[in-house]
Design a binder for this molecule. Structure first.
Ligand code: DC
Length: 224
């Protein structure tokens, strides 16, 4: 059997990374790791416990006493925070608004990268996030940087939210996405950035299936 590879998918908020990464992982029989869910989980705990979100030390200490677990299921990846299923809770607007501040802390990132590298060690994985190709899996056989216009990303999020009965106006989503992009790209530690050896895919004109097929084609090239 061919040796499995690691696939890193990075890009800004709501570019379709997780939906596409899940399809690619499923087709290859690999595990899928949504690193954004891990940052969202620690953000949820920080909000619940009322810690000072601006403090690198407080955030880092909180993470050291926290257990975050990702488990595949028939309905997609489940996220457990200290053994409690928080798969839905981490998608709330409160968490979405606060997560970029939490993800900017150096102590949080150091620990998360360590956990993510352990999860990926020696297996076929598709991992999505912001710093996977640049920091978490610098030796990944395939790196993709995926984006789409901010208007298109807000429109997709709007449609997705509607299905889950979340009614956030389109303009508000566009503003939130643009703000998060800015914070994630301008932070000092491991900012959102295309790795030099990543392949850029603009998903604006593509369907989910087309984007997934393009990544599968690239993956098969590396596997052969
Ligand atoms: O992919 P997402 O929207 O669920 O990610 C939530 C936030 O987590 C995102 O705004 C930035 C942060 N993040 C990060 O800094 N590094 C990662 N590898 C993944 C996510």
């Amino acid at each position: 059997m061919t040796k499995p590879i690691q696939i890193a998918i990075d890009g800004p908020a709501a570019a379709g990374k997780s939906t596409i990464a899940k399809i690619v992982a499923e087709q290859l029989g690999y595990i899928y790791i949504d690193t954004g869910a891990m940052y969202r989980a620690i953000t949820l705990k920080a909000l619940d416990e009322g810690i000072n979100m601006a403090s690198n030390e407080e955030a880092g200490a909180l993470l050291m006493e926290t257990e975050i677990d990702l488990q595949p299921s028939e309905n997609g990846q489940l996220v457990f925070l200290d053994k409690k299923d928080v798969t839905e809770d981490i998608r709330s607007q409160n968490v979405t608004k606060a997560v970029s501040e939490m993800a900017a802390h150096e102590l949080v990132r150091l620990r998360m990268v360590e956990l993510q590298q352990q999860l990926a060690d020696g297996r076929g994985v598709v991992m999505d996030g912001r710093d996977i190709g640049t920091h978490v899996l610098p030796n990944a056989a395939l790196k993709v940087f995926m984006s789409a216009s901010v208007e298109e990303r807000a429109r997709r999020r709007f449609v997705e939210n509607k299905k889950r009965n979340i009614e956030t106006p389109l303009e508000e989503l566009q503003e939130e996405i643009a703000k998060r992009d800015k914070m994630d790209s301008e932070r000092e530690v491991a900012p959102l950035k295309k790795a030099d050896d990543a392949i850029f895919i603009d998903t604006t004109p593509l369907t989910i299936r087309q984007a997934a097929d393009e990544i599968l084609r690239l993956a098969k090239e590396r596997l052969s």
